[in-house]
Design a protein around this ligand. Sequence first.
Ligand code: GLU
Length: 448
Amino acid sequence: MKTQAIMQQLAAKHPGEAEYLQAVEEVLNSIEEVYNQHPEFEQAKIVERMVEPDRIFTFRVTWVDDAGQVQTNLGYRVQFNSAIGPYKGGLRFHVAVNPSMLKFLGFEQTFKNALTTLPMGGGKGGSDFDPIGKSDAEIMRFCQAFMLELWRCIGPDQDIPAGDVGVGGREIGYLNGMYQKLSRQYHTGVLTGKGMTWGGSILRPEATGYGALYFTQHVLHQAGKDIKGKRIAISGFGNVAWGACKKAVELGAQVIAVSGPDGVCAIENGITPEMIDYMLVMRSSNRNKVQDMADKFPQQAQFIAGKKAWSQKCDIALPCAFQNELSEDDARELVKNGTWCCCEVSNMGCQPGAIHFFQSQKGFLFAPGKAVNAGGVATSGLEMTQNAEHISWTGKEVDERLHHIMESIHEQCVRFGTQKDGTIDYVKGANIAGFMKVAQAMLEQGLV
Ligand code: GLU
C-alpha cells in the first residue's frame, strides 16, 4: 500500500472533499508501515474498502419557522463501517455540514469506537440546519422533521445516533419522541445521550470532557508530570468544553481561557464553578457568543474580541470546539508562550501543520482527538448496555468504567506508538491500534 497513490485516486474520485481527504491521509500515513507487514490485508484490499463508507443516506428536511415561512435543509446519515458492531456516532447540526465533513467524522469515529474496547461500528450524521438564533419551538419542529426521514435508517442493533456539535440533550429528546411516535417502538436503545428519566446514562453529558481530562492525566503521568496547578486554555463553551472545565477544576488545574467564534474570555485566576454552570445557559441561549461570560462575570473574565484561546499563556491547550480550529501559527504562538502539551478534544481540532510543529518540539506532548475524546462515545456504549439490560448504573459505576476505558485507550497508544527513542507518538499509536482491530474484523468476515 502506498499512501500517496491511494490519496491521488481518492482525491480524483471525491474532488473538493477536503476534510475527508485530510482525515484519511492522516490515518494512512500512520499505518502504512504496519499495513505493509500484513500481505493478507493487501490481498483483501482492506484499505481501499475501509476508506469508503458502507452507505450514505441523504434526505430533504422541510419545516416551518416561527414566522410561518417554509424552510428546507439537507439531512444525512453516513453509515461508515460495521465490522465490529452496529453503526454508532453523533448527529451534527451546523451550517457548514456537508458530505465531506460527515465522511471525515464517520471515518474517525470508526477508529475511535474501536479504541473504546466496546463493540461499536462507526457512523455520523447531521444537517446543514443552523441552530444559532433559533427558538426552542423551531428546534423541536426541525428535529421532528429530520426524524421523519431518519427513523427508517436507524435501530438499536443497526445504527444508534447521539449528539455532536449543535445536538445536545434537548435535541435528542425531540428526536427520540418523534422516533417512538413513528416507529411504535418504545424501547430506549435507538439514541444515546438521552435524559435521565427516559433511559439516559448518568455522566453521559459530562463524559467527553471527563474522559479527555482522564486521558490528559495519563499522558502527563507517563511523562512524569502532574495536572495539579497547571494552567489550561480551552476553546469553545459547549457541552464538551463544559465537561472538560468541570473535571479540570476538580483535578486542581486552572482553566484560564474559554473562547467562542467572537473571541476569548481571559480568566486570569481560573474559572469558577458558577462560571462553568453559566456555560450551560450560554449554550441553550443559542447566541453562540462567549462575550456573554464576561458580561455576566466582569470581575473574573476579560473579553478580547477576535482572539483565540491559543493567544493566552498556558501549560496545556485543549481544543474543544471544531475541526481545524488550531492552525500552525496558533501552535507556534502557544509554544512561544510556554505551552508544552496539547490534547485534542474536538475531532481533528488541529490542522496537520500544527500537529507536525508540536511533534517537532522536543518533549512536547500531543494526543489526537480519536483517543482523547473517546470517553463520550464510550459512555454512549455504556448507555446502550444499560438500556439493553433495562437497568441504570450508579454514577460511581459509570465513572469507574469510563476511567478504565480511558486507561485502556492510553495503554493501546503506548503499545502501538512507542518509538525507538522511547517517546510516544500518540497519533501513530491511536491510528494503528484502531486500524488493526477494524482491519482484523473485516478480514475475518470476508468480502461483504
Ligand atoms: N459525537 C461524539 C463523538 O464525536 C459522540 C458520539 C456518540 O456518543 O455516539 O464521538
